[in-house]
Design a protein around this ligand. Structure first.
Ligand SMILES: [Zn+2]
Length: 116
């Protein structure tokens, strides 16, 4: 029994699974921050200061701090604005016409019937 316990203790500490778990715990802050815009900064702090316990804590707190999770949303382009009332211009003479009018009130040219 004594033989096995003495043999198992170093085996446990260098077991691949144990090493993987240790590695995962060490990089837990970077893992939690993987979708953040400042992931690189957190990862570097985790990598270089994580072995000092306080550096690891800072990286963890940073990773869990209030920036929204998930990839940054693309900024939606504003939808094209329909011409406002009275801002429709005749294609023939360039004068403003009433929206929805079929013929220009200035020159009488037929207006495109695309205005709603
Ligand atoms: Zn006109």
């Amino acid at each position: 029994m004594m033989f096995f316990s003495l043999w198992f203790v170093p085996f446990f500490h260098f077991h691949p699974i144990f090493m993987l778990v240790s590695l995962f715990l060490y990089f837990l802050p970077a893992f939690l921050a993987r979708h953040r815009s400042d992931f690189t900064a957190i990862f570097l702090l985790n990598l270089f200061a994580g072995w000092t316990f306080i550096g690891w804590i800072i990286a963890l707190v940073w990773a869990l701090s209030s920036e929204r999770q998930g990839p940054p949303q693309p900024v939606a382009a504003p939808p094209p604005q329909p011409p406002a009332e009275g801002s429709f211009f005749c294609t023939a003479c360039g004068k403003p016409c009433a929206a929805g009018a079929r013929f220009c009130s200035s020159c009488g040219a037929a207006l495109p019937a695309t205005q709603r």
